[in-house]
Each structure stands twice: as structure tokens, then as C-alpha cells.
Design a protein around this ligand. Structure first.
Ligand SMILES: *[C@@H]1O[C@H](CO)[C@@H](O)[C@H](O)[C@H]1NC(C)=O
Ligand SMILES: *[C@@H]1O[C@H](CO)[C@@H](O)[C@H](O)[C@H]1NC(C)=O
Ligand SMILES: *[C@@H]1O[C@H](CO)[C@@H](O)[C@H](O)[C@H]1NC(C)=O
Ligand SMILES: *[C@@H]1O[C@H](CO)[C@@H](O)[C@H](O)[C@H]1NC(C)=O
Ligand SMILES: *[C@@H]1O[C@H](CO)[C@@H](O)[C@H](O)[C@H]1NC(C)=O
Ligand SMILES: *[C@@H]1O[C@H](CO)[C@@H](O)[C@H](O)[C@H]1NC(C)=O
Ligand SMILES: *[C@@H]1O[C@H](CO)[C@@H](O)[C@H](O)[C@H]1NC(C)=O
Ligand SMILES: *[C@@H]1O[C@H](CO)[C@@H](O)[C@H](O)[C@H]1NC(C)=O
Ligand SMILES: *[C@@H]1O[C@H](CO)[C@@H](O)[C@H](O)[C@H]1NC(C)=O
Ligand SMILES: *[C@@H]1O[C@H](CO)[C@@H](O)[C@H](O)[C@H]1NC(C)=O
Ligand SMILES: *[C@@H]1O[C@H](CO)[C@@H](O)[C@H](O)[C@H]1NC(C)=O
Ligand SMILES: *[C@@H]1O[C@H](CO)[C@@H](O)[C@H](O)[C@H]1NC(C)=O
Length: 764
């Protein structure tokens, strides 16, 4: 009997992965009979909801389900769902990018569209595993990447209760409530934490849009973006007992993105909230009043209207929060300098009550309403925020203010607000702040802080807003990324205005620019930084220390015996001509190989190299520069060895790469297959480790003498004269010699043989 029962069950399982008993559908994963393979369970899940989604129950058994294709389980009616297993979403990024379901807002998509009427979803020990790490890694710290799906969207639902939903590693926003009413989410757990070097980016915990009468109770959300964000037309939302860690806090917004659809956000209460280590706390964020394109949002936005009214933030504890209390009316216009004061989205009747804890910097509140729509009835009751530094008994860093700031702009009846309003709010706090603010309203940024921020970006020139000046203008900083050597640099137009306010003690911008440029790697300084603007180019061209760093001007030194630093950029573009700096005296000599130089390898770049003003030509080969030149020609013939030594004209401004290369090209082509080398002379010559040089005796001494007394020595071995008779010249032709001939012609045509080096005999 027992055996028979077991057998029946087994048969049922094999026949269908939905075990349907009356109105109950129990799901088992395909992997159970496919030797654990990740066979897609989505079809059976769809089937279960089709069979039991109306007046029924769907149970995910305690197993691992592989979700490899999108789920659309909508229009459920009187349905209970029990999630007891793991839903493991595949990380087939190209698939999801092309198949996830549209949710309309911001052209976003979702992996699972779920909804219905009178639906209960119980997360009974089961969980949703979005496999987000693959998305975070693929995203590489970029902003909105198109096609990243939200984990779970609750759509077109009425009377929906979601209890105990647990989402780990969400692909994008974890939960999204859309076009629904009477939706309760209780005991929600979201953990979006990246295990790699790449940040999660854009993994909100809970978002709502076009929905009414919502409850969020008992939520733990660990993420890098909004924990809770009430987007347009969210009304009567009540969120309570929330733990929010990392990211950008609890917010209304962002709203005002689309002029066609005004946003009404009314009747919302957030209470009993603990926010830890976050950039923002309890705030409202809108777009500016004009439309702009924002790469960070991946879309056009701004110009939207609407109303935010009757919002309460109550009983919040802040723990190290950048902007604990905030209203911004230009959250995305950071990089376009479009003022906050244009927003036409009205905010009124907002209350912050019982707000305590610590701010990361000296700002407790920054409240900015636009000139267009000042805010009435903004009130505060029992707000007590202390800077983390002050709470540790430390002074505010780099500022003349020793108390917490409450910045207010365009609040109607500031006096009655309940906070001191002791400074004007700048118009440009979007949702990021990286430092204290001083009495002029200027953000005080330490280079260290900039570096810490910039370190998180790579290979990019991007704009990030980090502060404001006293005229309430945007203060842009440009990240010139290249891994750890990246820095924030003030944007030039702001430098102008900052210069005008010369008394501002915080940012002596040209000095900072110089300081910061000084730290850039050579390539960035030479190429990207110069392209930023005319102003930057001017700073780079006019600053002797930067010119020296660029190898365009000799470093000032009286020390003649300093070991040279070879130009690292030239070492990569002209390998075998310019040594790498780690080349030791013992390494074998490198012969000049013209086929390996950049200009020969990349014919498409030849014309750029051949420009008379191309910067490589005027770069010094080394610092301190090479001033003295010599050449050695060794011929071996029937009569034995002969050595011709000569001395070149002194290079008073230092030897430039253009001169050296012309010199090399001027050597007869037939020398190259045999051997041309460049020694860098001095007491410990570099690249002079030839057998002949080391042989000892008379010949070696002749070498050593001329090498010791000159900075750069071209050495050519001619072999036997009989080898280079006309008849045999073809034998000596090689790729190297052909390259020399080709380049020689090109340089000749371009009129680049300008150095005219005249050599004279050298006798020691
Ligand atoms: C579902 O149940 C309701 C009553 O609760 C009933 O009116 C309706 O006909 C049922 N639908 C189906 C498809 O069984
Ligand atoms: C989702 O399923 C519903 C039926 O429940 C259907 O009407 C709708 O078109 C589907 N949506 C998508 C995007 O497949
Ligand atoms: C939304 O749900 C209702 C039932 O409440 C249904 O009649 C309607 O077709 C659904 N709309 C869409 C677009 O699925
Ligand atoms: C969140 O996820 C991270 C990374 O997987 C993990 O280290 C951390 O313990 C998790 N936190 C909680 C509270 O589960
Ligand atoms: C929220 O958590 C509290 C404390 O754990 C508990 O008493 C309460 O029942 C929970 N609320 C819901 C709706 O589960
Ligand atoms: C919000 O609702 C109003 C009126 O009901 C409507 O005009 C507007 O388009 C809606 N906005 C959004 C974002 O849905
Ligand atoms: C806001 O709440 C009040 C009082 O409960 C209610 O009368 C009003 O209809 C609500 N507004 C909206 C848009 O739901
Ligand atoms: C404001 O919203 C709350 C819910 O958040 C509601 O209880 C209250 O009645 C509303 N007040 C008004 C005046 O609409
Ligand atoms: C305030 O919120 C905390 C959770 O952050 C909660 O423990 C406490 O009970 C709340 N206080 C009141 C008076 O509700
Ligand atoms: C101010 O806001 C409070 C609620 O925060 C509300 O009760 C009151 O009616 C509002 N007053 C005005 C004049 O709007
Ligand atoms: C504000 O909070 C600090 C630190 O918790 C506390 O020392 C201080 O007494 C509080 N001030 C008021 C007025 O409650
Ligand atoms: C990505 O961004 C995060 C947060 O800003 C930062 O900590 C991390 O170092 C960045 N990763 C890389 C590789 O730049």
C-alpha cells in the first residue's frame, strides 16, 4: 500500500511539474528529474497560474526553481500563492534585455509581471534570487543600463497582500507596484549587495507608481539606491517600521519627469524608520522645470507639473546620513546647470516630526523650493540631528561653522517652520553631497574626498555635481578617470566664477586644478585633459611644473648625475627606441626595431604623427633631458674591426623625440637588419649591455669613453663591408629596413627633417 502510494506520487511528478489536486497546484522543479540541470521551470509556473490562478492556490514546493524566461502571471482572482522554495532567475543577460516585459515608466522592464484581485502572496521561507551579481558586474558602475529588469512588478492589482517576500540580489529595482490599489506589503526583505568591485547601481527596494492606498509594514532594505520611492501618482501610501541601509533613503520621487503626465503625490506617511549609512534620509525630489537629457537616467526629463501634498515623515532615526532632510527641485539637472528655480511642481503641507540621529556632514536639512513654486506649510517638529564628527567630539572638517545647518530657500513662513533656517539652500544639491559646507554656502571639498569619489570611476570623463558656489550656481567636478589615478576637477566655467569670488577661502581653483592635474597620468594629461576646454589647455600650457611633467620642458635641476626618468608615453609608442623605466643595466641590449613603433603599426594614425605640431615630436626623451649626442659606427671587414666615433651638436633645450627619430631614420636603411642600438649614456649606461661593450680591452674602452661622456649615443653595426656591396643589398632588405624606407619617405614628404644634425669627429 505504501509502495503503491509512493509510486503514484512519483508518476504524478514525472507526468507534470504541476501537481494539480483540485484547486491547488503544487509546483516541482524540472531539475529533480533532469539530474539537477537548470531546466527552465517558467512554463510549469505559467501553467500552474493558469490552472489555479482563479479561485485557487499555487504552491512552490521547497525546491530550487530555475526561472529562465519571463513570467507574466496577471489577472489572478481569489488566489493564494505560497513561495516555499527558491526562485533562481537566470543570468542570461542578452535574453532578459530583449524579452523582459515593459512597465512603461522610463522605458523600464520587468522579469515577472504579477497581479490580480484578492490575491495573497506568502513568502513562507522561500525567496527570490535575482542573480543580480551578474547584472552588477556587467553594469560596471554605469548608470541606467537599458533593459535591466525589475525583479517583481505588481500590476493592475486590487486587494493584494504580499507577506514575507524576500528578494536577494535583485537585477534592478526589487519590487514595483504599478496601477494598483489596496496593496499591502508586509515583512519585506531586500538585500542588494554586490560581492564584487562593481556597485549594485539602481536597485531600489520598493517603488510605486500610479497606485493608491498602499501599505508597507516591516521592511528591511539593504541597497545602494532608494529604499522606498513613491513615484508619480502614488496616493495614500503608509510605510512603517522600515530599516533602510545604504543608498539614498526614503523618498517621494523623483517626479516631474514627464510634462504630459502630471504627478500627484498625496496623503503619504512614512514612520518608524531607521536609516543607516545612506546618502539621503527623508526627502522629496523633483525634476527641474525644463526638459533635458540625462545620461544618468537614460532619458529626457523635466518640465513635469503636479502636486506633492500632505506628506509626513515621522519618527526617523538617522545614522550617518549625508542629507538627512531634504527637498530638491532639480535632482537630475546637475550636469546641465539648469536651475532648480524653474520647477513648476508644487510642494506643500510636508511635515518632518521626531527626526533624530547623525548626519555625515554639517547639514541637517537642505530644503529648496523653486522660485516658480515656493512651498507653504513646511513644518518641523522635534528635529535633532548632530554631525557624526560632532557626536564623536571632532570638529567639522575644513569649515568655519561649528553647528548643524538648516538650509531653506523659498519656504513660505520660514520662521514658523520649526527649524532655525540658518542658511540659504543652494539650488544644486541633487541627492549627493560629499563634504561639509561653509558659511558662504560653498561645499568644502578635500582633495582626499574627491579622490575617494573619483576612485570609483574608470576610463571616463564624466560630470558630477558636488557642491555649489555662493551665487547658487552649480559647481561641477569632472572625473578624469583612470582607475586609482582619477581625480575630480572643477569645471572651467565654474572656475571663472569662483575666481571672481576671490575671497572664498575654500577653493583656490586654478591651484587645485594644477595640483590635481599634477597627479594625472601622462596620457590623460596630454590627451583628455587638454581636450576639456581652452581654459584647461591654457593652465596645462602655462604651468611650468605641468610642462615638465609632460616632458615638454626640462625639469629645473642642477644635479647633472641624476639617473634619467625615461618618457613613459614614448616608451610605449616607440619601444626599442625609448627604454622602459624599469630597465636594468644587466638586461640584454634592445636593437631598434622600427616595425614595432606605433606609427608603423598603425598606418591610419600616420597622418596624425606626421603633423609638424604633433606633441610627440616636442617631447623630451627623458628627464633630466639629454643634451649631448654621439654616434658610433662599427664595421667589421677583411682588415678587421674599425670604429668611427662622432659627436653631435649640443641640444640646449634637451633632446626632443622628433629629433631623435629623424636621426634614426637618417641612418642608411641597410643598417637596420644588422643592428642599430641606442645607448643612454652616463656612469651607468642603459641599453649598452652588448658583448662588444663588455669585451674589455682597447675596443671596449673606446666605447665606454664616448658612452660615459654623452647622454644619447646611436650605435650602428655595419658587419662586413663585403656584405653591403650593391649586389647584395637585396639580401639585407628586411621588414625593418622597408619600414625605415617607408617612414623616411613619408617624413621627407611631410617636410619633417628639420633638425639637421651635424656631426664632427670625436677623439677622446
Ligand atoms: C470564483 O469564485 C467566485 C466566488 O467566490 C465565483 O463567483 C466564480 O464563478 C469563481 N470562478 C471560477 C472560474 O470558478
Ligand atoms: C500578460 O498576460 C495577460 C493575460 O493574463 C495578457 O493579457 C497580457 O497581454 C500579457 N502581457 C504580456 C506583456 O505578455
Ligand atoms: C486589469 O484587471 C482587471 C480586473 O480587475 C481586468 O478586467 C483588466 O483586463 C486588467 N487589465 C489589464 C490591462 O490586464
Ligand atoms: C546581504 O548580502 C550580502 C552579500 O551577499 C551579505 O554579505 C550580507 O550578509 C547580507 N545581509 C543580510 C542582512 O542578509
Ligand atoms: C511587524 O513586526 C512586528 C514586530 O515584529 C509585529 O508585531 C507585527 O505583527 C508585524 N506586522 C505585520 C503586518 O506582520
Ligand atoms: C496622475 O493622475 C492625473 C489625474 O488623475 C492624470 O492626469 C495624470 O496623467 C496622472 N499622472 C501619471 C504619472 O500617471
Ligand atoms: C487624502 O486623505 C483625505 C483624508 O483621509 C481624503 O479625504 C482624501 O480623499 C485623500 N486624498 C486622496 C487623493 O486620496
Ligand atoms: C493626510 O494623509 C494622511 C495619511 O497619510 C491622512 O491620514 C490624513 O487624513 C490626510 N490629511 C488630509 C488633510 O488630507
Ligand atoms: C520609532 O521607530 C522605532 C523604529 O525605528 C521604533 O522602535 C519605535 O517604537 C518608534 N517609536 C514610536 C513612538 O513609535
Ligand atoms: C498644514 O499642514 C497640516 C498637516 O501637515 C494640515 O493639517 C494643515 O491644514 C495645513 N495648513 C495649511 C494652511 O495648508
Ligand atoms: C539632541 O541629540 C543629542 C545627541 O543624541 C543630545 O545630546 C541632545 O541633548 C539632543 N538635544 C535635544 C534638544 O534634545
Ligand atoms: C564602483 O562604485 C562603487 C561605489 O561608488 C565604488 O566603491 C567601487 O570602487 C567602484 N568600482 C570600481 C571598479 O570602480
Amino acid at each position: 500500500m505504501n509502495l503503491l502510494l509512493g509510486l503514484t506520487l512519483w508518476v504524478t511528478l514525472v507526468a507534470a511539474w504541476v501537481d494539480n489536486q483540485g484547486t491547488t497546484c503544487t509546483l516541482y522543479p524540472e531539475s529533480l528529474v533532469h539530474h539537477g540541470q537548470a531546466v527552465d521551470d517558467s512554463p510549469s509556473i505559467q501553467q500552474a497560474f493558469e490552472m489555479c490562478g482563479t479561485n485557487g492556490t499555487v504552491i512552490f514546493s521547497k525546491n530550487v526553481f530555475h526561472v529562465n524566461t519571463v513570467l507574466n502571471t496577471t489577472n489572478l482572482l481569489n488566489c493564494d500563492v505560497h513561495l516555499r522554495g527558491e526562485l533562481r532567475f537566470s543570468t542570461n543577460i542578452p535574453y532578459w534585455r530583449t524579452h523582459a516585459i515593459s512597465v512603461v515608466l522610463q522605458d523600464q522592464v520587468t522579469a515577472w509581471l504579477f497581479g490580480g484581485t484578492n490575491v495573497n502572496f506568502y513568502g513562507e521561507g522561500g525567496f527570490y534570487n535575482g542573480g543580480g551579481q551578474a547584472w552588477y558586474n556587467a553594469n560596471k558602475n554605469e548608470s541606467n543600463q537599458p533593459g535591466r529588469p525589475m525583479s517583481m512588478t505588481f500590476y493592475n492589482s486590487t486587494n493584494l497582500w504580499v507577506d514575507g517576500l524576500k528578494i536577494i540580489q535583485p537585477q534592478f529595482w526589487a519590487t514595483f507596484v504599478w496601477a494598483s490599489k489596496n496593496v499591502s506589503m508586509t515583512n519585506l526583505f531586500v538585500n542588494a549587495t554586490s560581492d564584487s568591485e562593481w556597485y549594485t547601481m539602481n536597485c531600489d527596494g520598493y517603488d510605486s507608481w500610479q497606485s493608491d492606498n498602499l501599505l508597507v509594514e516591516n521592511a528591511t532594505i539593504i541597497t545602494g539606491d532608494d529604499c522606498i520611492a513613491a513615484k508619480g501618482n502614488t496616493t495614500n501610501l503608509h510605510a512603517k517600521n522600515i530599516y533602510c541601509e545604504g543608498g539614498t533613503g526614503i523618498t517621494i520621487g523623483s517626479i516631474g519627469q514627464y510634462p504630459e503626465t502630471p504627478d500627484y503625490n498625496l496623503n503619504t506617511t512614512f514612520e518608524n524608520v531607521h536609516i543607516k549609512n545612506a546618502m539621503d534620509g527623508a526627502y522629496i525630489k523633483t525634476w527641474q522645470g525644463t526638459r533635458i537629457y540625462t545620461p544618468s537616467n537614460g532619458d529626457w526629463g523635466g518640465g513635469g507639473t503636479g502636486l506633492v501634498k500632505n506628506i509626513t515623515f515621522r519618527n526617523f532615526t538617522m545614522e550617518n546620513v549625508g542629507l538627512p532632510i531634504q527637498m530638491s527641485q532639480c535632482v537630475y539637472s546637475a550636469d546641465s546647470n539648469k536651475g532648480c528655480n524653474t520647477s513648476k511642481l508644487q510642494i506643500e503641507d510636508v511635515k518632518w516630526q521626531d527626526i533624530r540621529g547623525t548626519s555625515s556632514f554639517n547639514i541637517a536639512a537642505s530644503l529648496y523650493c523653486s522660485d516658480e513654486r515656493p512651498c507653504p506649510n513646511i513644518t518641523f517638529d522635534n528635529v535633532n540631528i548632530t554631525s557624526v564628527n560632532a557626536s564623536l567630539g571632532l570638529p567639522y572638517y575644513n569649515t568655519d561653522i561649528q553647528r548643524e545647518l538648516f538650509q531653506c530657500t523659498n519656504l513660505v513662513n520660514k520662521k514658523g517652520s520649526g527649524i532655525p533656517c540658518n542658511q540659504a539652500a543652494p539650488s544644486n544639491f541633487s541627492q549627493w553631497i560629499y563634504g561639509n559646507v561653509d558659511s558662504s554656502g560653498l561645499a568644502t571639498l578635500s582633495i582626499e574626498a574627491m579622490v575617494a569619489m573619483a576612485d570609483s570611476y574608470e576610463n571616463s570623463v564624466a560630470l558630477v555635481i558636488v557642491g555649489c558656489d555662493r551665487t547658487r550656481r552649480f559647481l561641477h567636478f569632472i572625473i578624469l578617470g583612470n582607475g586609482p589615478a582619477a581625480y575630480f576637477i572643477p569645471e572651467p566655467t565654474i572656475m571663472q566664477s569662483a575666481k571672481m569670488a576671490a575671497q572664498t577661502r575654500v577653493l583656490a581653483l586654478p591651484e587645485i586644478l594644477t595640483l590635481v592635474l599634477q597627479e594625472l597620468d601622462l596620457q590623460t594629461l596630454l590627451v583628455s585633459a587638454q581636450r576639456v576646454s581652452r581654459m584647461w589647455r591654457a593652465v596645462i600650457n602655462d604651468t611650468p611644473s605641468l610642462q615638465a611633467k609632460l616632458f615638454l620642458r626640462p625639469i629645473s635641476t642642477t644635479e647633472t648625475s641624476l639617473a634619467p626618468i625615461f618618457n613613459p608615453l614614448l616608451a610605449t609608442k616607440f619601444p626599442t627606441l625609448i627604454p622602459k623605466n624599469d630597465r636594468s643595466i644587466n638586461q640584454p641590449t634592445e636593437f631598434v626595431d622600427l616595425t614595432g613603433v606605433d606609427i608603423a603599426l598603425h598606418p591610419t594614425e600616420e597622418s596624425a604623427y606626421l603633423r609638424p605640431e604633433a606633441s610627440w615630436r616636442s617631447m623630451l626623451t627623458q628627464q633630466p633631458p639629454a643634451f649631448t649626442l654621439a654616434s658610433i659606427t662599427r664595421s667589421v671587414n677583411a682588415e678587421g674591426v674599425s670604429l668611427k666615433r662622432s659627436r653631435g651638436p649640443r641640444q640646449d633645450e634637451g633632446l626632443r623625440m622628433g629629433t631623435l627619430f629623424e636621426w634614426v631614420l637618417s641612418l642608411p636603411g641597410y643598417l637596420f637588419p644588422i643592428g642599430v642600438t641606442i645607448f643612454f649614456g652616463g656612469p651607468s649606461p642603459v641599453n649598452a649591455n652588448t658583448p662588444f661593450f663588455n669585451s674589455g680591452g682597447f675596443w671596449a674602452d673606446l666605447y665606454k669613453d664616448i658612452v660615459a661622456k654623452h647622454d644619447v649615443i646611436l650605435s650602428a653595426d655595419m658587419g662586413s663591408t663585403s656584405d653591403i656591396s650593391n649586389e647584395d643589398e637585396r639580401c639585407l632588405s628586411s621588414e625593418d629596413a622597408d619600414t625605415r624606407d617607408r617612414l623616411y619617405d613619408a617624413f621627407l614628404r611631410a617636410g619633417l627633417f628639420t633638425s639637421d644634425l651635424l656631426f664632427e669627429n670625436y677623439e677622446s
